[in-house]
Design a protein around this ligand. Structure first.
Ligand code: SF4
Ligand code: SF4
Length: 338
């Protein structure tokens, strides 16, 4: 049996999560994009190049993940990939819903793109399409097969919520059948559309509570790893006595949006709490109070932003102390396949 290992925040490379536009052809019920906070424009290729330059040239080259919206809707995504390569980015990933617009598989090569990372939120069309929209399951599977047949490495992101936890255990067979190399299991966040539809009602999407999460996710990860697929999933709940660390204090992660905001913490993205911003194509620090002020706070519940925006996922003991601490959302468990 392969053992999971906790992946501490890397000190050796920066990760640049670059939202080059926020437009999308889908309308997922749990979409985290919030145009009023992130902007609605698509960045032109000159701006993309300048913003990529700002994070390049470090001793440890950064990784870049191109996202949207749907990044393949950008007509110049291939140029952005090639520019990142020229700048020496350590790896280039494209996150996609699978529709693969603008003939992207023919305009980049497996030498230029390390991974195409597909999003699918159900093992069947019934569950996936109820979350991501009619026809999105078949479109995603078609896109994966095309990418694999052209020699690209592929990964798949499954965002777990109360609406699809029950189909997670069917995923390893599907992944193996599709020829996928890496599997990322994520937790649905209370942000973007999920935050706006919070409260009772048919559209509500719930986070999964600790017991079902701990019963299901590590078991499915182990099963996928035994089939040769590497799996990464968030730690979410810290064990008693386990040290807490905030990635905002110790790691180099940058989440860039088309309106110029640059966040270090994904949980802050629904608020004007960004610690940096591009102004006239120069990257500058923002004045407080911003996310960096929150990173310094130590609280018994662990992650400060989780306590502020997702207090419902913390349980308390009769003496008022938290039953467990919530880990940084960027702290991951990893199981290597094989
Ligand atoms: S594919 Fe991504 S960006 Fe598009 S609606 Fe779904 S979650 Fe949002
Ligand atoms: S998720 Fe919490 S612990 Fe992680 S960077 Fe954000 S504030 Fe810090």
């Amino acid at each position: 049996m392969n053992s999971p290992r906790t992946v501490a925040f890397s000190q050796n490379a920066a990760n640049v999560f670059f939202h080059i536009l926020t437009a999308c052809n889908l309308r997922c019920r749990h979409c985290y994009i919030n145009p009023s906070q992130h902007g609605a424009q698509a960045l032109d290729i000159d701006t993309i190049a300048v913003w990529l330059n700002a994070f390049a040239g470090k001793k440890n080259p950064p990784n870049v993940i191109f996202l949207g919206g749907e990044p393949t809707l950008h007509p110049d995504l291939a140029l952005a990939v090639k520019h990142a390569r020229r700048l020496g980015y350590q790896s280039v990933t494209i996150d996609t819903n699978g529709y693969l617009f603008h003939d992207i598989l023919h305009r980049v090569s497996p030498e230029e793109v390390d991974f195409f990372s597909f999003s699918l939120d159900g093992a069947t069309a019934g569950v996936n399409d109820s979350l991501r929209g009619e026809g999105s399951y078949n479109a995603c599977l078609k896109g994966i097969r095309q990418a694999v047949s052209k020699g690209f490495h592929t990964s798949l992101i499954y965002t777990v919520s109360s609406a699809n936890l029950h189909e997670l255990e069917k995923m390893p067979e599907l992944l193996a059948d599709l020829g996928i190399h890496r599997f990322f299991i994520q937790v649905v966040g209370i942000r973007g559309k999920t935050a706006r539809t919070a409260g009772p009602g048919p559209d509500r999407i719930h986070q999964v509570s600790p017991d079902p999460w701990l019963q299901k996710v590590p078991m499915v990860a182990q099963k996928a790893a035994m089939m040769g697929i590497s799996v990464t999933y968030p730690r979410v709940f810290l064990k008693p006595g386990e040290a807490f660390a905030c990635a905002g204090r110790v790691a180099d992660n940058y989440f860039i949006f088309p309106n110029g905001r640059v966040y270090q913490c994904p949980l802050c993205e629904d608020y004007p709490l960004h610690s940096r911003v591009f102004e006239n194509n120069h990257l500058i620090s923002t004045p407080g109070i911003n996310e960096a002020d929150l990173f310094k706070l130590d609280i018994p519940e662990g992650c400060v932003m989780n306590r502020i925006i997702q207090p419902g996922n913390i349980r308390y003991l009769p003496d008022g102390s938290p039953e467990y601490r919530i880990a940084c959302c960027l702290l991951k468990e990893e199981i290597c396949g094989g």
